[in-house]
Design a protein around this ligand. Structure first.
Ligand code: UD1
Ligand code: CA
Length: 461
């Protein structure tokens, strides 16, 4: 059985944050989630996550996931270090299992790399295989020391390394495969006799090597995968790399991104074929976009579902559902629980909230449609307001099919407008309107003839 131990107990001091490091997000998801997904996507049958600082928060976030959590004791007197962290997971490891150790702060690792690592480890019959990388700037990482035959002798931490050792460009990624039995054996022998006074997992490599076991090194194909996050500069770096991966995945699936550099598409968003995304679009959370949609610039869509053929221009859509062929914007705001039907038009400066709009309904300009159930083929004129709030609570307005609501009308909830009713422009509707009726609810117009002349206003200058 392949088992992962994912280290996520570190303090993450350099993040300068109250949030545990592994809960910081890139492309909308905590960095730990990417590590977990890589592990789950690879040939790993059991995932153990070691938590410590902010552990309760981490456990709460991932409570739905199939993970075993272990707490690393923390505090002044507690030991510290990657070796000590791994020890916390050992009770779940049998001698026969293969253990892959991963860092919770290295989100760019892929399942393909993990599978290749397993393969290499197995083929070479190694006691331990270290995933390494060759970096132009290896500063901060542990360096790989090899013997004449090319076998790994030892890993030396940057802080413990001599000037010559610091020149080595091959580094320890922090990802390893271990034979279960030998991992336990090696961890039983490590000591905190180093610059940081920590129990280093890396010392197990040296111990096994000295005792004649084979230690392998598998050099990662693309060294970007092993970039860790210790501060927010690295967080931004990983976010950018991940964003590029996500965008490329969508493009290869048949989505056009006109300027991928400016497409911000979070992990988990789905987009159908032949949809076109213009520059400066943000798609967040649990969002799905259908086929043949056009999402124009300066649009942000959050936790929403758009059917095929929807066109959106410079708008904000939150927690809403939009039907096929509907056109939104420019400058519309769909607030949570807007259920918009097919071929609907939501135009300039229209705001909806907790509103159902039937197919073919149109609200072209400047309207507020809140707490509403609106039928099909309804025309909502310019400046119409669904007056849903009386200062105390929210009330529902119902509008049937084929209703015409003239411009600048107020529909004061609770009120029902039945099918085929017409509301005259400028009306304030407080009573129900029955099917097919015309309702005019505004002051009668009076024209006083020759009033200006009689007042002597005409020859004023
Ligand atoms: C570690 C490696 C180094 C490697 C680098 C790759 C050791 C001694 N060094 O160094 O060789 O090049 O990773 O990124 O292993 N953690 C715990 N509990 C602890 C300490 C750490 O869970 O007591 C976790 C951290 O949360 C983090 C991971 O282990 O996810 C790595 O710890 P970190 O302190 O970042 O190690 P590095 O100094 O980067
Ligand atoms: Ca690190």
């Amino acid at each position: 059985m392949n088992i992962s131990i994912i280290l996520a107990a570190g303090e993450g001091t350099r993040m300068k944050s109250k949030l545990p490091k592994v809960l910081h997000k890139i492309c909308g998801k905590p960095i730990l989630e990417y590590v977990l997904n890589a592990s789950k996507g690879a040939e790993v049958q059991k995932n153990i996550v070691i938590v410590g600082y902010g552990g309760e928060e981490v456990k709460e976030y991932f409570k739905e996931e199939d993970i075993i959590f272990e707490n690393q004791p923390i505090g002044e007197d507690a030991p510290y270090g990657t070796g000590f962290a791994v020890m916390q997971g050992l009770k779940h490891i049998d001698d026969e299992s293969t253990v892959v150790v991963l860092c919770g702060d290295t989100p760019l690792i892929t399942k393909e790399t993990l599978n290749s690592l397993f393969e290499y480890h197995k083929q070479g019959d190694y006691a331990c295989t270290v995933l390494t990388a060759v970096l132009e700037d290896p500063t901060g990482y542990g360096r790989i020391l090899r013997d004449d035959k090319g076998n790994i002798k030892r890993i030396v931490e940057h802080k413990d390394a001599t000037v010559d050792e610091q020149k080595i460009k091959e580094i320890n990624s922090g990802v390893y495969c271990f034979n279960g039995k030998l991992l336990k054996y090696g961890l039983g022998k490590i000591k905190a006799d180093n610059a940081q006074g920590e129990l280093y997992l890396t010392d197990v490599v040296e111990i096994l090597g000295k005792e004649g076991y084979n230690v392998g090194a598998y050099i990662v194909g693309d060294s970007v995968e092993i970039h860790g996050i210790n501060n927010r500069v690295q967080l931004a770096f990983c976010d950018k790399v991940m964003r590029k991966r996500i965008n490329e995945r969508h493009m290869l699936n048949g989505v056009t991104l006109i300027d991928p550099e400016t497409s911000y598409i979070e992990e988990g968003v789905t987009i159908g074929r032949d949809t076109i995304i213009y520059p400066n679009v943000v798609l967040e959370g649990n969002t799905s976009i259908g086929c043949n949609c056009i999402i124009r610039s300066n649009t942000r869509i959050v936790d929403s579902s758009l059917a095929d053929g929807v066109v959106v221009e410079s708008s904000l859509i939150e927690e809403s559902i939009v039907g096929e062929g509907t056109k939104i914007g420019p400058n519309a705001h769909l607030r949570p629980k807007s259920h918009i039907g097919k071929n609907v038009k939501i135009g300039n400066f229209v705001e909806t909230k907790n509103a159902k709009l039937g197919d073919n309904t149109k609200a072209g300009h400047l309207a507020y449609i809140g707490d509403a159930i609106v039928g099909r083929n309804v025309n909502i004129g310019c400046g119409v307001i669904f007056v849903n709030y009386n200062g105390k609570d929210k009330q529902i307005t119902k509008v049937g099919d084929n209703v015409f609501i003239g411009s600048n009308s107020n529909l004061v909830a609770p009120v029902n407008i039945e099918d085929w009713a017409y509301i005259a422009a400028g009306s304030t509707i407080v009573e129900d309107v029955e099917e097919g009726a015309l309702s005019i609810a505004r002051a009668q117009q009076i024209n006083k003839q020759d009033w200006v002349e009689k007042k002597g206003l005409k020859n004023k200058n």
